[in-house]
Design a protein around this ligand. Structure first.
Ligand code: DX5
Ligand code: ZN
Length: 214
């Protein structure tokens, strides 16, 4: 299981320190949550702060856009050369076009599904993607409760992926902890995002990340 800690739960007063800590602890990706106050009722970081994160990070960035105007935000974040840029299918009419644009920029394109969005909606997009991110909470905030029916969605998605693009990865985001990571793994998920579990773990970020390696 690859682990992508979400810096949404980091101490923003000590962001570089916290980013270095998760990278030193052996995380695989640094998950960066970008919110515009329109698609979700919260705002987080823009490209200026993300640039500071990229400088502090020794691992690749995983940029999760939670925005209305995806094309605009892709242009803002592409210069940071993240490993992935993921955008929500619910806010994108021209998903195929945007996925192709992200790939042309040398970045791996990914699409995000809200908890209620069926995986069948993206069957004909899979061959244009490197990853699908399944939300296991409603996006906008850290520290929410895991929605268990996402596990069934992951299994259905895995079937579609095997048919359409076996190289496409599955990522899950929201409420992930040591309590559900086994089930997440068994459902076919490749990459787990975890925010509050990692940054609020009593034994520190390394113990948290290690406990998610199933
Ligand atoms: C939610 C974000 C998540 C969030 C996860 O909108 O996309 O990445 O930080 O936080 P936890 O792991 O605390 O649910
Ligand atoms: Zn996220």
């Amino acid at each position: 299981m690859l682990i992508a800690p979400s810096i949404l739960s980091a101490d923003f007063g000590n962001l570089a320190r916290d980013v270095k800590a998760i990278c030193d602890a052996g995380c695989d990706l640094v998950h960066v949550d970008v919110m515009d106050g329109h698609f979700v009722p919260n705002m987080t970081i823009g490209p200026v702060v993300a640039e500071a994160v990229a400088k502090a990070a020794s691992k690749p960035l995983d940029v999760h856009l939670m925005v209305q105007n995806n094309n605009f935000f892709v242009d803002l974040f592409a210069p940071l050369k993240p490993e992935y840029i993921s955008f929500h299918i619910e806010s994108e009419v021209h998903a195929n076009r945007l996925a192709q644009k992200i790939r042309t920029l040398g970045i791996k394109p990914a699409v995000v599904l809200n908890p209620h969005t069926p995986v069948e909606d993206i069957e004909y997009l899979l061959e244009y993607l490197d990853m699908v991110l399944l939300m296991s909470v409603n996006p906008g905030f850290g520290g929410q409760k895991f929605i268990p029916n996402v596990l069934e969605k992951a299994m259905r998605l895995k079937e579609l992926i095997l048919k359409r693009n076996p190289d496409c990865k599955i990522e899950i985001d929201g409420g992930v902890s040591d309590k559900n990571i086994e089930q997440v793994k068994n459902a076919g998920v490749d990459i787990a995002v975890a925010g509050s579990y990692v940054f609020k773990h009593p034994q520190g970020v390394k113990a948290a990340i290690d406990s998610l390696r199933v």
